[in-house]
Design a protein around this ligand. Structure first.
Ligand SMILES: Cc1cc2nc3c(=O)[nH]c(=O)nc-3n(C[C@H](O)[C@H](O)[C@H](O)COP(=O)(O)O)c2cc1C
Ligand code: SF4
Ligand code: SF4
Length: 298
């Protein structure tokens, strides 16, 4: 089997200290290290559950940078995040707010490219890389898509038809929001750009594939906020695009047989927030000895 050749796995015998870490973390269980030999890749049937997961853990774990795989060299990896990143991320999660007011500007394309490069590493079940990302970071194009979707939404409402998520009451409420929070745009909240994670989701893994898309959505939101952008995750506009405005979906270029649920509007925020909010209503179940095995509430 030519797996070793196609994965191009190699462990440099002069650098390898035979610590066994690559074997210990190999998700596909396709690495072996015996005696004084450097690790080698075992033959496998095919990539995925029946072989190498293409996870690159071996490349990442090796303390001496001895491993190359798929043509990737250790020097090409980013170093680990510094310890203070933990607090930074906690603050980011605590202070991120859904943004429904945007500057009417395109975001610097270099920032979008940087985020999208990081998004290649969003987790996915079984390390499947089937989640696709569609990004429209051109405000004129977004306006054109919005106009088509908006017209379809209004036309349907005029005939008493709404998305499966809405009825006349919610529709009227949303319309009302155009006077305030979604100024002039109940659909995309005035966001100049859109990100959508989508994938072909059929068969036994369909539900997991949908989860992958939604998880990618969350990763995108955090990365965008880390770059100072505003974001809003939107389900209602997605319902409009999927259920009422097929032409807008085509303009987005999302295939009809792909799962797609959440849209992320993003752009430079118009209104800065001075501090985080103080939410504390979620139940957190955390086992402790003192609670005598009962789940305790923080
Ligand atoms: C699954 C999901 C769907 C959402 N759909 C919409 C939407 O259609 N329109 C909207 O303005 N906000 C939408 N939001 C944003 C939420 O309303 C928002 O996250 C929530 O009010 C909490 O506010 P925060 O994000 O500022 O903490 C959605 C959020 C999630 C997670
Ligand atoms: S890429 Fe992952 S599954 Fe493949 S050899 Fe490396 S650690 Fe093992
Ligand atoms: S992790 Fe690196 S040093 Fe350790 S056994 Fe594997 S190749 Fe050798």
């Amino acid at each position: 089997m030519g797996a070793e050749r196609t994965a191009r796995f190699a462990a440099d015998a002069t650098k390898c200290i035979r610590c066994g870490r690559c074997v210990a973390v190999c998700t596909g269980m396709v690495l072996e290290q015996q005696g004084d030999d450097p690790p080698r890749m075992l033959p496998f049937e095919r990539y995925g559950w029946r072989g190498c997961w293409r996870c690159e853990h071996c490349l990442a774990v090796c303390p001496t940078g001895a491993i190359t795989i798929f043509g990737k060299r250790p020097e090409g990896s980013l170093p680990p995040a510094p310890p203070e990143t933990g607090e930074y991320l906690e603050r980011l999660v605590a202070n991120r707010r859904s943004c429904r007011r945007y500057l009417d500007e395109n975001v610097d394309p270099a920032i979008v490219s940087s985020i999208l490069a990081a998004m290649q590493n969003a987790p996915a079940g079984g390390n499947s890389q089937t989640t696709e990302y569609t990004v429209v970071d051109d405000r004129d194009r977004i306006r054109a898509i919005r106009d088509v979707a908006y017209a379809a939404m209004e036309e349907a409402a005029a005939h008493g038809r709404y998305t499966s998520s809405f009825d006349d009451f919610y529709y009227a409420k949303m319309k009302q929001s155009e006077e305030t929070v979604r100024k002039g745009d109940m659909l995309f909240c005035g966001a100049p750009h859109l990100f959508v994670a989508h994938a072909k989701a059929t068969g036994r893994w369909a539900a997991d594939i949908a989860v992958n898309c939604n998880l990618a959505t969350a990763y995108f939101e955090l990365l965008a906020n880390a770059h100072g952008l505003g974001t809003v995750i939107m389900s209602y506009p997605s319902d409009v695009v999927r259920e009422l405005a097929p032409e807008a979906r085509e303009m987005l270029g999302i295939p009809a047989d792909h799962y797609m649920k959440l849209l992320v509007g993003f752009g430079y925020p118009e209104v800065p927030y001075a501090r985080g909010v103080q939410k504390d209503r979620r139940k957190v179940h955390r086992w402790s000895e003192q609670a005598k095995g009962q789940l305790s509430l923080l």
